[in-house]
Design a protein around this ligand. Structure first.
Ligand SMILES: [Zn+2]
Length: 416
């Protein structure tokens, strides 16, 4: 019973906090809808500012609805007995053993995925469409979905098989082995994702020779950065939003520009955006984030190793553990469903670290490229993406991986 109460308190607090933060953000953005902040008055029109406010609010309203639905799903699976029913039905169908546990976990993923379809559909073909950002066809929506399921199954099922076998056979320290397997796997993914998986969804072509390429190569040389080539990705087949990123590790690093970014920014601005991304690499942010994620997953596995041996972990969350000892699948399922309720409260720490990294990367870009170009690129991207210039400070402190535009630009202005 005790754990039921602990879970319910954390559940209500996290659901309530999410809801309250979204409502705050909606009110704040709505209150500032009718005037462009003074520092942007010359660059952003009132119509653009209002579009950003409306887009931000529409996304938040959808998020509030999703928050409610996922709360119902969570309670349905746990305290209302959904997982218990599913587990018993699959035991009758498949008997006990690893296939039954994989089927249990796959069923949860499939059920949650099906419930998510109307939300993704509405988001892409109504919300994004209404604001002019959708470039995706309905055919592509389904082909992405089926490719995702195929790849997820091809990678996820063997990986689950290994982890569940370790849980059943590797003794008390199974979680340490499982963590090792998962860590090795995520390092492998860093390497195979850009070369094998991403090309299944997008086309990558080498950046054409020309002034932009010359300018980018000069920047790479100045920053002493070796990469496996410059690529342009057809991001425009899904969305009008633009971006630049790197993918891969070590010698396999590729620099990727969305075609939409190159369309919208001039070469100087593209260079400044890339310099910012290089800043993340040179300031070791990417390595630090990977290291922190390994530490966190270590802690999570240690916790799972301990909690999965406690009968109350199952009974207090609405399921009976299996008597035959094959509880790995149930433990993983419960942990997957319930742990986000608790880890949600760590969000502000991650956001804070991320905003600090953004300032550092901006500093790097200002030094190696140009603060002025980065500012004009940011303003264009804010306009084009209809990002709000007036976020609520508490919402920002909790969630935002990037500092609000006015603060970020004020910081860059120090370098001019
Ligand atoms: Zn950044």
């Amino acid at each position: 019973m005790t754990f039921t109460i602990v879970f319910l308190i954390a559940f209500i607090a996290s659901f309530g906090l999410r809801h309250w933060l979204s409502q705050r953000q909606i009110r704040f953005v709505a209150r500032h809808r009718d005037s462009v902040p003074a520092e942007f008055a010359e660059k952003v029109t009132l119509a653009e500012h209002q579009k950003a406010a409306d887009y931000t609010i529409a996304k938040l309203r959808l998020g509030i609805l999703e928050n409610g639905v996922s709360a119902i799903i969570l309670i349905g699976f746990t305290l209302l007995g959904g997982l218990e029913i599913l587990n018993i039905a699959l035991l009758q169908l498949l008997g006990d053993g690893i296939p039954q546990q994989i089927a249990l976990l796959a069923s949860i993923v499939i059920i949650s995925g099906i419930i998510d379809i109307p939300f993704s559909w509405y988001k892409q073909f109504h919300l994004e469409e209404r604001f002019g950002f959708n470039r995706m066809t309905k055919k592509l929506f389904f082909s992405d979905m089926f490719k995702g399921i195929g790849i997820g199954g091809a990678i996820g099922i063997p990986l689950l098989w290994i982890i569940l076998s370790l849980m059943a056979k590797a003794g008390d320290l199974w979680w340490l082995w499982a963590w090792g397997v998962l860590t090795a796997f995520s390092l492998l993914m860093q390497w195979i994702f850009p070369t094998l998986i991403a090309p299944l969804f997008n086309k990558f072509v080498a950046l054409d020779d020309g002034p932009l390429k010359t300018q980018i190569e000069a920047l790479l040389k100045r920053c002493d950065f070796a990469s496996q080539g410059l690529f342009v990705m057809d991001g425009s087949k899904r969305s009008a939003h633009g971006n630049a990123f790197f993918a891969g590790m070590g010698k396999a690093k590729r620099i990727v520009f969305f075609d939409t970014l190159i369309e919208k920014l001039n070469p100087g601005e593209v260079e400044a955006v890339l310099a910012h991304e290089l800043g993340h690499f040179k300031c070791k942010h990417i390595r630090k984030r990977l290291f922190v994620s390994f530490l966190l997953s270590f802690a999570m596995f240690a916790l799972l190793g301990w909690i999965s041996t406690k009968v109350w972990f199952y009974t207090d969350l609405g399921v009976m553990p299996n008597l035959n000892g094959y509880n790995g699948g149930l433990a993983l399922a419960l942990f997957m469903l319930v742990s986000p309720v608790f880890s949600f409260f760590l969000t502000p720490l991650g956001s804070l670290a991320s905003r600090k990294h953004e300032y550092e990367a901006d500093g790097f870009a200002a030094e190696k490229s140009s603060a002025k170009d980065l500012i004009s690129a940011l303003v264009k991207l804010y306009q084009d993406n209809a990002s709000t210039l007036t976020p609520d400070p508490i919402y920002t402190a909790f969630y935002s991986s990037h500092p609000p535009a006015p603060l970020r630009i004020a910081n860059l202005q120090r370098f001019k």
